[in-house]
Design a protein. Structure first.
Length: 367
């Protein structure tokens, strides 16, 4: 098991972090890293939902600069104690180790398969003060009405949108929820709340702005270097950051008084009868009312361009969701069909795995 201590962060050795790595892929990546004389790089698989394998190249120093900014923002000190409940093959888990190393705070690894019962035991037995989770994990915890120990002062939630319903219940139970926004390409956080409900404040290391199409652009010295990905069967290295340094995140955002609000994805816009619809915003509305077990999917339609389908897990309140959702949105935003499946496929970080879900639905249609 790799140890993410000071020696790791100071080392010029490159490391590849992925739970999808095989020998062929590893050799291809190593050849590219050697040819480009990469040193002190972390080559980490992204947690994207399309299923295509892509690696993001970030420097260890960029990770540490990000960690320092988060530590300063949240006043993290050596007396703190982290519980790392996210995989270190993703930037979310790796960044926890970087923050602990830079602040000299203690860190406890959650080594078991995810379980809310085990999580609570770790939180209480280890007197944890800081932890990062994804919304799916928080959903599991509050559904059991678990309360945190008195030592926990920050529960950082990122990786996907947290519904208002789950957040409200978590706060009522005493969980000190802080929302955050970031991505692998930014070495984790771009903006984070200082206290719950006050909005995500942009960290000091970042400049941000929105384009004319409201896409969030970020600039700073903790940006990634580039991508290693397969292009027409060959592994290649690309550097997508333009000369002016502004990276296009693909997220639609609003900025007000140094506070950031994410409203959806640029690539989540679909057209129905020639009119643009942001499917992420509709999904957000649905998840606020019914949680993570129901979602919306666009499917090609010869007449409309696209049609919207509601997909629900068997255990969900799907009949009520279908009726209530359709009565609350515009006619072109309505779901034309309700499909019930056992489980909605998700990535290790709890995001809906779009490629797997599409394949599941296609198989049902072909059957």
């Amino acid at each position: 098991m790799r140890i993410y201590d000071k020696n790791y962060w100071d080392s010029s050795e490159n490391s590849i972090l992925s739970n999808q790595l095989n020998e062929t892929v590893e050799k291809s990546i190593c050849r590219i890293a050697s040819r480009l004389n990469m040193s002190g790089k972390i080559i980490i698989s992204t947690s994207g939902t399309t299923g295509s394998l892509k690696f993001t190249v970030i420097s260890k120093q960029s990770m540490l600069r990000s960690a320092d900014a988060v530590n300063k923002h949240l006043n993290i000190i050596s007396n703190d104690k982290w519980l790392c409940s996210l995989p270190t093959t993703h930037v979310s888990g790796l960044s926890v180790h970087a923050r602990a190393s830079q602040s000299r705070s203690a860190i406890v690894e959650f080594k078991n398969k995810w379980s809310p019962d085990d999580f609570i035991k770790h939180i209480n037995d280890e007197e944890i003060t800081l932890c990062s989770l994804v919304p799916t994990q928080l959903h599991d915890i509050i559904n059991l009405d678990y309360k945190p120990n008195a030592d926990l002062r920050a529960l950082i939630i990122g990786g996907d949108k947290l519904s208002d319903e789950i957040r409200t219940k978590a706060l009522d139970l005493g969980w000190p929820v802080l929302l955050t926004y970031g991505m692998t390409e930014t070495c984790s956080q771009v903006a984070t709340e200082n206290s719950s409900g006050e909005g995500m404040e942009v960290l000091s290391i970042w400049d941000i702005k929105v384009s004319t199409e409201h896409e969030l652009l970020v600039k700073g010295n903790s940006l990634f270097d580039g991508y290693i990905e397969q292009v027409e069967g060959d592994w290649k290295y690309t550097e997508p950051i333009p000369d002016d340094g502004w990276f296009s995140t693909g997220d639609i955002a609003n900025i007000s008084k140094n506070k950031l609000t994410i409203t959806g994805r640029k690539d989540s816009q679909i057209k129905v009868l020639g009119e643009k619809i942001n499917i992420d915003m509709l999904r957000s509305t649905l998840s606020t009312l019914y949680g993570q077990s129901i979602t919306l999917m666009p499917f090609p339609d010869s007449r409309k361009g696209n049609k919207i389908i509601m997909v629900a897990e068997e255990k969900s309140d799907h009949a009520s969701a279908f009726t209530n959702y359709n009565s609350s949105v515009k006619s072109i935003e309505r779901a034309e069909e309700l499909i019930i499946i056992d489980n909605i496929p998700r990535t290790p970080l709890g995001k809906i795995h779009m490629k797997d879900l599409y394949e599941t639905l296609e198989k049902r249609r072909d059957a």
